[in-house]
Design a protein around this ligand. Structure first.
Ligand SMILES: Cc1cc2nc3c(=O)[nH]c(=O)nc-3n(C[C@H](O)[C@H](O)[C@H](O)COP(=O)(O)OP(=O)(O)OC[C@H]3O[C@@H](n4cnc5c(N)ncnc54)[C@H](O)[C@@H]3O)c2cc1C
Length: 80
């Protein structure tokens, strides 16, 4: 029988990556499963020309703070 794992995260999108970050910080052993070959979740299924419609300040992930201009949208060039 293999090692017992208490915590398993299914999906390495925004939620899975954030959860994995905080579990790592807390020293909780876990595994993160992703069916794709790349991380990042649903965004990879969108149209090539599709861009974020939320302002840049909301883009931060745990451990990856956003450090660009706060009031612009990253690829649409709009201001909030
Ligand atoms: C058209 C559209 C526009 C959007 N625009 C914005 C926006 O402008 N700004 C914004 O902040 N949000 C936007 N969102 C929302 C954003 O995409 C989601 O909030 C975000 O992707 C949710 O992250 P998640 O980790 O919960 O899910 P997902 O990103 O869907 O990640 C889930 C992951 O789980 C994996 N998975 C699923 N089942 C299994 C399995 N059985 N085994 C292994 N892996 C599995 C999938 O492959 C995927 O990688 C938009 C969404 C859509 C549909």
């Amino acid at each position: 029988m293999g090692p017992i794992l208490d915590t398993l995260i299914v999906g390495a999108g925004q939620a899975g990556l954030a959860t994995s970050y905080w579990l790592s910080r807390a020293g909780v052993e876990h595994q993160l499963l992703e069916r794709r070959e790349t991380l990042g979740g649903a965004w990879q299924d969108r149209w090539d020309a599709f861009c974020l419609n939320t302002p840049n300040f909301s883009l931060a992930l745990p451990g990856m703070p956003y450090d660009g201009p706060p009031r612009k949208h990253s690829c649409c060039g709009m201001t909030s």
